[in-house]
Design a protein around this ligand. Structure first.
Ligand code: 1GP
Length: 251
């Protein structure tokens, strides 16, 4: 197994550079849409493409990933909501453990069941402490996970959870307010968590404009994930990417 993606994420973090990941939901794209998104992401120097969702209904993950790979060299990282969302055509996979919840299945149970075929896939596996933060309304991830999100004003819970994830050996912390969240994660919580961990911090959920993406990076996010807003307005890719990549490196 290579660790090229992780090296790229940590290399950028060490250099003080922020990264942008566009989330593609396989349920919401066809080949025409993929072509449009890939063209925009390539032109805007998007760093990573995440593919997945909390609830994927369609059965064409392999085709979606193959089509993306055919059209660009941007690393494709799976962001699986369920163990079945594994495609060997991708480059890597976020191996998510829902450390903010107390649902044993999502902490370790599904990993045990999927371990043999995840290993066989040959993908770069990136162990990720996944933390769902209350985004103001139930989202698919909060419903499906059957686990309470961390309250948005309880930065100390988020800090302790992220520290525990890091000390358990996880390689990334991903804080997510859920797709289409009404309230994205506050900069105060991002800064608090970024201040107590050394591993890269990924932030997503409800980010819909370049200003919020920029402020999240300033607060300490290393990777910003945007899905929903881009589905509605793909041209945002350019603006959000420019904002993220304009964050001064000494921050
Ligand atoms: C959801 O963090 C991702 O899991 C992205 O959220 O779709 O709201 O951008 P959005």
């Amino acid at each position: 197994m290579t660790d090229l993606i992780y090296q790229s994420i940590t290399g950028k973090k060490k250099a003080g550079k922020k990264s942008f990941a566009v989330l593609i939901d396989p349920d919401k794209v066809d080949n025409r849409k993929i072509t449009e998104l890939v063209q925009l992401t390539s032109e805007a120097s998007v760093d990573y493409l995440l593919v997945g969702g909390s609830l994927v209904i369609s059965n064409h993950l392999d085709e979606v990933v193959k089509e993306i790979k055919k059209q660009c060299s941007t690393p494709v990282i799976l962001f699986p909501g369920t163990p079945s969302q594994v495609s060997r055509y991708a480059n890597g996979l976020l191996y998510l453990s829902l450390i903010s919840g107390r649902n044993a299945e999502l902490l370790i149970g599904q990993h045990v069941i999927s371990a043999p075929f995840v290993k066989q896939s040959g993908l770069e596996i990136i162990s990720t402490g996944y933390m769902v933060i209350d985004g103001g309304a139930p989202t698919t991830v909060s419903y499906i996970s059957n686990a309470s999100p961390i309250p948005s004003n309880k930065s100390e819970i988020a800090m302790c959870t992220a520290m525990a994830g890091e000390m358990l050996g996880m390689k990334l912390i991903y804080m997510d307010a859920g797709s289409g969240a009404e309230r994205p994660i506050t900069e105060a919580m991002i800064a608090a968590v970024a201040g107590v961990i050394d591993i890269p911090l990924v932030i997503g959920g409800g980010i819909s404009d370049p200003e919020k993406a920029y402020l999240n990076c300033k607060a300490g996010a290393d990777v910003i994930v945007v899905g929903n807003a881009i589905e509605k307005n793909p041209s945002l890719i350019r603006e959000i990417s420019a904002a993220i990549h304009s964050v001064p490196v000494n921050l």
